[in-house]
Design a protein. Structure first.
Length: 252
C-alpha cells in the first residue's frame, strides 16, 4: 500500500532523513521508533505532503504522492494525527468530526451557500458518518461538548476519529500514547487494534511507549539521526544491540 523509496530530507546543511525506505501493507500495523530528533515526524511530514522530499519518492497504491499537496494526499486515502493534539477547541465534538467527513462532500460553493438539495443530502450523510464514528470510539455522549472540555484521553480518541472521518486506507498516528497513564496506554492498544479490524485500515505508528509498540505492531522500523539502523518484528527489535544502545538503553 505505502512504499517509501530512498527518501532524503535536507534543511539547508542538515540532513533530517537519509535514504529512508519503508513499506506498509494492507491492514498492517507498522511501528516507527527512535530517540528524539531521529527524524520520525519528518518522515510523516514527507509522506503526508507537508514537505516535498529532497530525494527519493513515496508511493501510495502504486501512485506517486511525494510532492503532492496535503489535501490531495488525504483525498487519496492517507490520514494522520499529530504529536501535539490539534483539535478545533471551541467547536463541538461532533463538529470536529464533520469538518473531516465533508472532505468527500463534493458540493460546489454555490450549492453550499444556497443550501441546495444535493448539498443537504451530502451534509446529512456526513453527519450520520460522524455520529457513527463517535459511537465507535466511545464519544457519542460527548457529541455536543466542546472539544477542549474533554479529558486528555478522549481528546486523543477524538483526533483519531476525525482522521477516520476522511475514510482513510492508511492511518498515521504520531505518538498517540504521549501523556497517557499506564491504563490509558493499555486502552489505546485495544483501541488501535479495534479500529484496524473495524475499518480494515493499515496503521503507521510513531511511538516512544514501548509497551504500545510491542503490543500492536507486526513490524518495527528504527531510526537514529535520520538513518535506518534496524527493522524487523518486535521480538527481533527488542534483541537488537544497536536499538538497545540507541533507544531502549536510553530509557525509551
Amino acid at each position: 500500500m505505502l512504499v517509501s523509496k530512498n527518501v532524503t530530507m535536507r534543511f539547508g546543511g542538515l540532513t533530517a532523513v537519509d535514504d529512508f525506505s519503508i513499506t506498509v501493507g494492507d491492514n498492517e500495523i507498522v511501528g516507527l521508533i527512535g530517540p528524539n530528533g531521529a527524524g520520525k515526524t519528518t518522515v510523516f511530514n514527507v509522506i503526508t505532503g507537508v514537505y516535498a522530499p529532497t530525494g527519493g519518492s513515496v508511493f501510495f497504491n502504486e501512485k506517486r504522492i511525494s510532492g503532492r499537496p496535503p489535501h490531495k494526499i488525504t483525498e487519496a486515502g492517507l490520514a494522520r494525527t499529530f504529536q501535539n493534539i490539534r483539535l478545533f477547541g471551541e467547536m463541538t465534538v461532533l463538529e470536529n468530526i464533520m469538518v473531516a467527513a465533508n472532505l468527500h462532500n463534493g458540493s460546489s460553493l454555490a450549492a453550499s451557500v444556497l443550501r441546495l438539495p444535493v448539498y443537504l443530502a451530502r451534509e446529512k450523510k456526513a453527519r450520520e458518518l460522524s455520529l457513527t464514528l463517535l459511537d465507535s470510539v466511545g464519544l457519542a455522549d460527548n457529541a455536543a461538548d466542546s472539544a477542549i472540555s474533554l479529558p486528555y484521553g478522549k481528546q486523543r480518541r477524538l483526533e483519531i476519529a476525525r482522521a477516520l472521518a476522511t475514510l482513510p486506507k492508511l492511518l498515521l498516528l504520531d505518538e498517540p500514547a504521549a501523556g497517557m497513564n499506564p491504563q490509558e496506554s493499555r486502552d489505546l492498544m485495544d483501541f488501535i487494534l479495534g479500529i484496524r479490524e473495524k475499518y480494515n485500515i493499515a496503521v503507521l505508528l510513531i511511538e516512544h511507549h514501548m509497551q504500545v509498540v510491542m503490543g500492536v505492531c507486526e513490524r518495527v522500523h528504527v531510526l537514529e539521526y535520520g538513518i535506518t539502523i534496524a527493522e524487523g518484528t518486535p521480538q527481533e527489535i527488542q534483541k537488537d544491540k544497536k536499538v538497545i544502545d540507541a533507544y531502549l538503553g536510553a530509557g525509551g
